[in-house]
Structure formats: structure tokens, C-alpha cells
Write a protein that binds this ligand. Structure first.
Ligand code: GLV
Length: 309
């Protein structure tokens, strides 16, 4: 495969770096929203996170997704299965772990309130609490969930993992259970941290049953918006099921202006920045796959179409 279409904001950097490493390739780079049907008929391989807004994939035979979550290539319509789908090998776990820790500390140290007090020159006592000894339930025990767990465990938290298999790294998770136990575990959580990809099985997994079971947890979502029933978050906060929420991903992105979440002081919003793709790692992952394909081998990061990640 010699003709590569890059659909990414960082297309200029990616195109230049790719051609430096593989001058034999031909590359067309654009923002993914600007990719045309003509580009896709010209190209053989596509490198990008999201699906370009055109019908069909032309002559593309291989899509390499530069994100960890490949849901853009599965929903609402799955990329035809005769097109190879691979995903990046980049680990977003360390970044997302710090994102989660920053939010946990923002709640436990009341950073928002303290900053407001300072702005008003107000000497106001605030009850700050420790993370040590609190219970963290991490939903998703893969690479991201494990990095998150490791960081909280290092601070003395008790870390429980919930996953499809009910398994997780025992050096990170002091216990693990399957998704069937999610509501029971949510009831015991001080921090409920979602790191799941979006699949048919995870869509809506944190729904009314789970939220209602919560006893004042802070919900964090760095997986995909649609894993959580976002419309229920205001009610969950009002009824005290949740004490707060830190959300990096949303059902619709950008989060619509009319969403009630924007104005809620109990909610900390970030615009899908917890684990950004880096151009160098994106390219490394692409070239690893390309090298494997050129050797006639199966790349290591082929997406399992049935598992959907
Ligand atoms: C970001 O959301 C990713 O899937 O890498």
C-alpha cells in the first residue's frame, strides 16, 4: 500500500514525518472533515481518528485509527469487514491516570471553592479530605484502567476493578469482578472511574440502575460518553447518588451549549483531552502495522470486530 490519506488536524506534521521515514509513499493530508470522496478513491490506506463525513471509503483497504477507542469506525455503521481496521499502540494510560488524579484531588482538596475564596479575599475554612483509604472502583481493567488504578493505589486507596472478564492485574487491583457486579460495587465506591471503550456491550452500562445504587461517589468518565447515561447525571447529583462528576467525554461532542452540565458547579468538564494522541506515537503505530503488512504478517493491533476494541 503506497497511497496514504491522512485525515487529522495534525495532518501537516504527520505527512511530513511520514514522508521523511518512508519517502516511497504518496501522502494526501487534510483535516478529517475536509477529506473528499476523491481522496478516498485515490488512497489505499487511511490514517485518522474519526471517519470522514463522506459516503463510503472508496478504494481504502486499510484504516489505522490513531485513537485507542475505535467506535467512530464501528458506529453508527461498521466499517466493512473487508477493510482492515487497526488501532494505535500508543498507551494513553499514564496521561489519563493523571487526569483522574487531578480531578480526585480537585474534589478532595476543594480546589474550586478555595480558588473562589481567594478571588474574593475570603479567609474561609474548607474541609479537605485525604484520598488515602478511600475506595476506587475502576470500570475497565485494560491498559488505561490499570494505569489509573496504579496511581490511586500508590496513594493508599483501595482499588477494585470491574471488567468483562472479571480479571485485572493483581498488583493494581486488590479485587476484581465482572460487569454484573457493577451496581453492587458502585454502592461501595467513593470514586467511580469509567475507562471503557464504546461497544454494543458497554453502551449505557452506567445507567439508572448503577447511578441509583451509588452512595455519594464522584463519577469520572474518560472512556466514551455513551457508556454513561449522561441525561441522568443532574438527577443523580440532585438526589445525592453522586457527589460530583468529572467528565472528559460526552454523548455528543462538542458538548452542546444547552447542556445543563455546563452550569453545574458539581460537574468538572474537560473537552476530550485526558489522553491526547501524539503525532510521533501515531506514526510509529502506523508504520509498525505497515511493516507487518509488507512482510505478509498480521499487524499486532488489528481490532477484534466481534469484541469491538
Ligand atoms: C481518545 O479518545 C482515544 O480513543 O484515543
Amino acid at each position: 500500500m503506497k497511497r496514504v490519506v491522512i485525515g487529522a488536524n495534525a495532518h501537516a506534521v504527520l505527512s511530513k514525518a511520514l514522508l521523511l521515514r518512508r519517502p516511497d509513499l504518496e501522502v494526501r493530508g487534510r483535516r478529517y472533515t475536509d477529506v473528499t470522496e476523491d481522496d478516498l478513491h485515490w488512497g489505499e490506506a487511511y490514517l485518522g481518528f474519526r471517519r470522514p463525513p463522506v459516503a463510503g471509503m472508496g478504494n481504502i483497504r486499510w484504516v489505522h485509527c490513531t485513537g485507542a477507542g475505535v467506535d467512530a469506525w464501528l458506529f453508527p455503521e461498521e466499517l466493512p469487514r473487508d477493510i482492515l481496521l487497526t488501532r494505535t499502540a500508543e498507551s494513553f494510560g499514564p496521561m489519563i491516570a493523571e487526569w483522574a488524579l487531578a480531578r480526585a484531588l480537585a474534589f478532595s482538596q476543594q480546589l474550586g471553592a478555595v480558588a473562589q475564596d481567594q478571588q474574593q479575599r475570603r479567609w474561609q475554612h474548607r474541609d479537605v479530605t485525604m484520598l488515602r483509604g478511600t475506595r476506587v472502583v475502576i470500570v475497565g481493567t485494560g491498559d488505561v484502567g490499570s494505569h489509573v488504578g496504579r496511581l490511586f493505589r500508590a496513594l493508599g486507596c483501595v482499588v477494585h476493578g470491574v471488567s468483562r472478564s472479571g480479571l485485572g492485574d493483581p498488583e493494581v487491583f486488590s479485587s476484581c469482578s465482572t460487569a454484573a457486579s457493577l451496581a453492587t460495587e458502585a454502592a461501595k465506591a467513593d470514586w467511580l472511574i469509567v475507562t471503557l471503550p464504546l461497544t454494543a456491550a458497554t453502551r449505557g452500562m452506567v445507567g439508572r440502575g448503577v447511578l441509583e445504587a451509588c452512595r455519594g461517589a464522584v463519577l469520572m468518565n474518560a472512556g466514551r460518553g455513551a457508556v454513561v447515561d449522561e441525561s441522568l447525571i443532574p438527577e443523580a447529583l440532585d438526589k445525592g447518588w453522586l457527589r460530583g462528576a468529572a467528565l472528559d467525554v460526552f454523548d455528543v461532542e462538542p458538548l452542546p451549549q444547552e447542556s445543563p452540565l455546563w452550569d453545574d458547579p458539581r460537574v468538572v468538564i474537560s473537552p476530550h483531552i485526558s489522553g491526547p494522541t501524539t503525532p510521533i506515537a501515531a506514526l510509529d503505530g502506523f508504520l509498525d502495522c505497515l511493516n507487518a503488512l509488507e512482510r505478509g504478517e498480521q499487524p499486532l493491533t488489528v481490532v477484534d470486530r466481534d469484541r469491538q476494541y
